[in-house]
Design a binder for this molecule. Structure first.
Ligand SMILES: Nc1ncnc2c1ncn2[C@@H]1O[C@H](COP(=O)(O)OP(=O)(O)OP(=O)(O)O)[C@@H](O)[C@H]1O
Length: 248
């Protein structure tokens, strides 16, 4: 299996504390990875390390050493906090993604106005295209952030809690969109919702206290006893024969 990110001897630390220590982790390409774990486990820190914003260690992307250009947006990024003070309409805001998507070895797809129209329609934003971003709701802004990142047509998209502010339709809509585009890009996403992780991710990394507890398929990783030990809460796994759910 091809590897998207290959991580060796990653260490992220402050003066007094180790935030994340990972000896070895290979995040597969051509599928979507969910990073799960309790608050403070190190999930966002891992995503930051993947784009070179945190830590020391060896990280390769499709077997290339991660170069400084990654910091300039060659891996698409949906962060937890957007910048909404710019005097832009929603359409102008998402078009920033097109401008960020400069060529780099893995960049092949073209970026056309059809992409924008299609993505705005899919994420139900077409009627808001002319609206100022400051006036959008939380969920509308989050969807705009997602469209802006997807327009970069990068081979890897990192999403830090992308379902924040999204209603149930748009949560599943986003996950469905990602799963139908696995031949175009690999997504690595921080998810708090275990049900979304179990249903839509093909690879799961469970973090706790700045380290990896388990990594593998959802079935391998998301065992109730293991989740209970990490989240310190009773967790039940319910399999209705079609879908696996996690409840308390
Ligand atoms: N710049 C920093 N300086 C000091 N500590 C930090 C810094 N950034 C993160 N931390 C700490 O590192 C730990 C991991 O943070 P991180 O944001 O990666 O957690 P997370 O798993 O994404 O959590 P959450 O689910 O709450 O978003 C936390 O204990 C956090 O307080």
């Amino acid at each position: 299996m091809q590897t998207a990110f290959s991580i060796r001897n990653l260490l992220v630390e402050t003066k007094n504390k180790t935030l994340l220590a990972i000896d070895k982790l290979d995040i597969p390409a051509g599928c979507h990875t969910a990073v799960i774990g309790p608050n403070g486990a190190g999930k966002s820190t891992l995503l930051k390390a993947l784009i070179g914003l945190a830590g020391k260690g060896e990280i390769t992307l499709f077997d290339h050493a991660v170069p400084p250009q990654l910091k300039q947006g060659k891996v698409a990024w949906v962060g937890q906090h957007g910048q909404y003070q710019m005097p832009l309409t929603l359409e102008e805001y998402v078009r920033l993604g097109v401008q960020n998507g400069a060529a780099w070895p893995f960049q092949t797809a073209s970026k056309s106005s059809e992409d924008i129209t299609e993505l705005l329609a899919y994420f139900d934003l077409q009627d808001l295209a002319g609206k100022r971003i400051q006036t959008l709701s939380g969920g509308e802004r989050q969807r705009a952030n997602i469209v802006r990142a997807l327009l970069q047509k990068a081979p890897v998209v990192l999403l830090d809690e992308p379902c924040n502010h999204l209603d149930i339709r748009h949560q599943h809509g986003l996950m469905h969109y990602l799963n139908t585009r696995q031949n175009e890009f690999s997504a690595v996403m921080v998810l708090h919702d275990l049900n979304l992780a179990a249903r839509y991710a093909q690879y799961v990394v469970l973090l706790d206290k700045g380290g990896i507890v388990a990594a593998g398929t959802p079935e391998e990783v998301m065992q109730p006893e293991r989740l209970e030990a990490v989240y310190h809460w009773q967790i039940r796994r319910i399999d209705d024969g079609d879908t696996v759910y996690f409840g308390t």
